[in-house]
Design a protein around this ligand. Structure first.
Ligand SMILES: Cc1cc2nc3c(=O)[nH]c(=O)nc-3n(C[C@H](O)[C@H](O)[C@H](O)COP(=O)(O)OP(=O)(O)OC[C@H]3O[C@@H](n4cnc5c(N)ncnc54)[C@H](O)[C@@H]3O)c2cc1C
Length: 439
């Protein structure tokens, strides 16, 4: 009986277990048992949907993922792995448990990056009024503050708010969201839907600056402003301000300007959770380094998938998106059961679906781009309508769609996504790809 231990029961860990069980039904090598250690207590859930719950668009109970009902799987929710002894092939849990393994999978995800701001944390973690959004616990902490106020001006940060409340009272609650990436914009919109006044502060010259060019981002910023979000670009928060009782009152910007705030949400990106792996002597460089088999470059019995992983050959940083995490889980499940699968990168689609702000950013997997015929020149067409709030762009290369950005109207996204993965004949004019009606 092969003993597989999985550390991390997030989206990648959960999908790996499901795939092992499914494939293991038909595989002779399916003689295995899996133990999963998950630091978060409770059922696994779809992390991607947390902003939708924050926005009040879906109920928290609807994001749970189904749990396996199979005697080969033991899930230890609420147990954190604290040490890996690679020599003896043992994993230590913070409940005192010691688990032997034949194959170990690290699926530890990522942690929010905390910017170096004064006044945001103490020895217990983030101080009252300051938030990140990575887990259900984070979400609950935000919800607790909002709910307290919704229930009649009770306390935000433990204090009365001079009659301020979410809807229709003297002063609306004010949130400052720090970071204008996908998550920051999505959270900013979510909080406006909850009735807050929201200021979005972004250090870069335009929103989503890792994913959008300036023209496309300008459309997005305009849309966000139209929905009541105050967007400040090229702007840096220096510190969080508190009154004498320690209650959060606002933020101070690098230029000395102050903004009032009742709540600060930090959305400054995430970093692969590699501490455990590094302490175990595994090679780590902005992600646990693995080869195309998703096996550590240091130890053939250790594997890594999801946000904590960096595939060595491409030396590409972890994606931080769900699709690659799930595809890696599928490849590794097949390999652990003796199959030949290799991970060759994922096509990605980054979506922002907050009400009134629709964005889809598609990118073909690097291996697909490499397949494009080298004698062809990449061709990009763009169509921007600032007044209508739409931007569409597509790049084709060697008979393939290799990337696309859609803002405001994402109706062509599904078809473009299909064309990225299963190329079909493309219309002569790439502009025709940008409308759902195109043939
Ligand atoms: C708010 C939010 C919105 C997102 N929206 C999108 C989106 O729209 N589209 C998209 O593609 N992606 C989105 N993502 C990213 C996506 O959720 C991640 O890419 C995906 O969750 C990665 O899965 P993972 O299993 O690698 O990591 P995670 O889902 O983070 O799971 C890692 C798990 O490992 C556990 N863990 C860590 N260390 C230990 C340890 N030592 N012992 C035991 N357990 C441990 C953690 O507690 C966690 O439960 C979003 C992420 C967030 C936070």
């Amino acid at each position: 009986m092969r003993r597989i231990v999985v550390i991390g029961y997030g989206m990648a860990g959960h999908h790996l277990v499901a795939r092992l069980l499914r494939a293991g039904r038909h595989t002779p090598a399916g003689d295995f048992e899996v133990t999963v250690l998950g630091a978060e207590s409770g059922a696994p859930y779809n992390r991607v949907l947390l902003p939708e719950v924050l926005a009040g668009r879906i109920d928290q109970r609807r994001i749970d993922l189904s749990e396996p009902d199979d005697s080969r799987v033991t899930v230890r929710a609420g147990v954190r792995a604290t040490e890996i002894d690679r020599e003896r092939r043992l994993v230590h849990g913070d409940d005192g448990s010691v688990l032997p393994y034949d194959e170990l999978v690290l699926a530890t995800g990522a942690n929010p990056v905390l910017p170096p701001l004064g006044g945001i944390r103490d020895e217990h973690g983030l101080k009252p009024g300051v938030h990140t959004l990575r887990t259900l616990v984070d979400l609950d902490r935000i919800q607790d503050q909002l709910t307290a106020v919704e229930r009649g001006g009770a306390a935000l940060n433990g204090s009365a708010l001079n009659g301020s409340a979410l809807n229709g009272h003297a002063r609306k609650l004010r949130a400052v969201v720090v970071g204008g990436g996908l998550l920051g914009v999505q959270c900013a919109r979510g909080l406006t839907l909850r009735g807050l006044e929201v200021v979005l502060i972004h250090q870069g010259s335009h929103l989503l600056d890792h994913r959008l060019d300036a023209d496309a981002a300008a459309i997005l910023a305009r849309t966000a402003r139209g929905l009541g979000i105050e967007v400040h670009l090229e702007c840096r928060v220096r510190s969080v301000l508190r009154d004498r009782e320690g209650r959060l009152t606002g933020v101070q910007l690098a230029d000395g300007f102050r903004l009032d705030a009742d709540l600060v949400l930090l959305a400054c990106g995430s970093a692969p959770a590699t501490g455990l792996a590094a302490r175990a002597g595994l090679a780590v460089d902005n992600g646990i380094l693995v080869d195309e088999r998703l096996t550590s470059v240091t130890d053939p019995h250790v594997h890594a998938i999801g946000d904590c992983t960096r595939v060595h050959r491409s030396l590409r940083a972890a994606h931080g998106l769900a699709a690659p995490a799930l595809e890696q889980a599928e490849v590794l499940a097949e390999r652990l059961l003796g199959g030949p699968a290799l991970y060759q990168g994922s096509s990605t689609i980054a979506r922002l679906t907050a009400t009134g702000v629709d964005v889809a950013i598609l990118a073909a997997a690097p291996s697909l781009v490499a397949e494009s015929r080298p004698d062809h020149v990449a061709r990009t067409v763009r169509l921007t309508d600032p007044v209508g709030g739409t931007h569409r762009a597509v790049t084709v290369h060697g008979g393939r769609v290799v990337s696309s950005v859609l803002i405001g109207d994402v109706s062509a996204a599904a078809r473009l996504t299909r064309l990225v993965d299963q190329p079909g004949p493309l219309p002569e004019n790439p502009l025709d790809l940008l409308f759902d009606t195109a043939v």
